[in-house]
Design a protein around this ligand. Structure first.
Ligand code: GLA
Length: 390
């Protein structure tokens, strides 16, 4: 990590004034419950110690200036605090700008501008929610600097709305929720229908969470993501012809199986089957973990990957290669893709004394098959977006 002291120096050089506040926003990894959030089901993510840092100072002008140490070539990006619009040329900055705009539309109008310097330790586009991380970070900065007095849950919802309406990815609530509401050493079981949640301590004894990045380029596939969402919505509308349900998340797996043929399209039937079964798997997995049955939890993680591969079709060769190698590797309790899919990362639970051989063997097997190497991160579980010492 770049030290805050380095960021302070860059801040003065870039903006000709000193930073007055610092913030950190984590990324997230989802342990189980994939593509269930927008289907009204459950998810079980945690916030991670990789994330986005920001240094901030107010300025009088009614325009803000942004700079990312990860994208120095993009330069300082300036935009008006009122009425900002999406501009492709502003590239990464559309995420924070979208939050400013969405908050303004919700009635939280800033009376001045900000200078913000960002530095991220998350790989971008790798499915660890670098976008949600910077969105919730921006929402908290605005809330704090302009005294809007909103609760974190509202900042989470505004950040999701910014991604849906400004950036145009029709994502569910999971990522922004996990980033904003995370708690050190805990995962969160969230009911995406009601937003009821509880924290579940993750004590993995002699094991750790290992994230493996496929390093596949251009993994963020918004059009495929939005397509899956539409397929599920249509499948639901078929079920609703004969059954009174508001979301796929309300159905038990056995109940769904008995009425699955009310969905005439085979592809849509598979998508819905994944959503319903994955939701049930998530509840079972959390129950297993809370009984300290790590073996059962791992098996459910593996089953989740298979369902995402066969029924939901969002894995692809790179993720399948990583998962299949992991399943054969000694000391692996469970392994699956995490996030939206189409590239990105897997999450594995690996015995501490097997992590070294895991990284060595998977790197070798993956490179042989795919032609380039994966990357590994052993993640700690972090608190949600918060202000830090400057
Ligand atoms: C992305 C979205 C989330 C969720 C996952 C899949 O990360 O942003 O809302 O749908 O994909 O579980």
């Amino acid at each position: 990590m770049k030290h805050i002291s380095d960021m302070k120096k860059s801040f003065i050089e870039l903006f000709d004034q000193e930073a007055t506040a610092a913030y950190f926003s984590p990324g997230r990894v989802n342990l189980i419950g994939e593509h269930t959030d927008y289907n009204g089901g459950h998810v079980f993510p945690c916030a991670i110690t990789l994330g986005t840092y920001a240094l901030v100072a107010k300025r009088e002008a009614n325009a803000s200036r942004l700079f990312s140490l990860n994208m120095p070539e993009a330069g300082v990006i300036e935009f008006p605090m009122q009425g900002a619009i999406y501009d492709e040329a502003r590239d990464w900055a559309n995420y924070p700008i979208g939050v400013v705009r969405t908050m303004e539309e919700a009635g939280y109008r800033a009376d001045g501008g900000l200078d913000i310097l960002f530095y991220g330790t998350l790989p971008s586009g790798a499915g660890l929610s670098s976008s949600a991380s910077i969105e919730v970070l921006t929402a908290l900065i605005l809330n704090d600097q302009f005294g809007f007095g909103r609760e974190m849950i509202e900042l989470v919802q505004l950040s999701q709305r910014a991604e849906n309406t400004f950036v145009g990815v029709n994502c569910g609530i999971m990522d922004q929720f996990a980033v904003g509401m995370g708690k050190k050493d805990c995962a969160m079981l969230l009911d995406c229908n009601t937003l009821e949640y509880r924290y579940s301590p993750i004590a993995l004894k002699d094991s750790s969470i290992v994230i493996t990045n496929t390093n596949k380029k251009h993994s963020l596939n918004a059009s495929k993501y939005n397509e899956r969402r539409r397929e599920c919505e249509h499948a639901l509308s078929c079920i609703q012809q004969t059954k009174d349900v508001r979301s796929l998340g309300e159905l038990k797996a056995a109940e769904f199986d008995s009425i699955a043929d009310t969905i005439p399209d085979v592809t849509e039937r598979c998508r819905a089957r994944h959503a319903v079964h994955e939701n049930e798997r998530t509840l079972k997995a959390v129950a297993a973990l809370e009984k300290n049955d790590l073996v059962a939890f791992g098996q459910l993680m593996n089953a989740s990957h298979i369902s995402l591969m066969d029924d939901y079709d969002v894995t692809g060769e790179e993720l399948d290669t990583l998962a299949e190698l992991a399943w054969r590797q000694p000391g692996v309790i469970g392994s699956r893709m995490t996030g939206a899919g189409f590239g990105g990362c897997t999450v594995s639970i690996v015995k501490d004394n097997a992590i070294e051989s895991f990284q060595r063997d998977i790197a070798a097997g993956y490179t042989k098959k795919i032609g380039y190497a994966p990357s590994f991160y052993v993640a700690g579980i972090a608190d949600g977006t918060h202000r830090i010492e400057l």
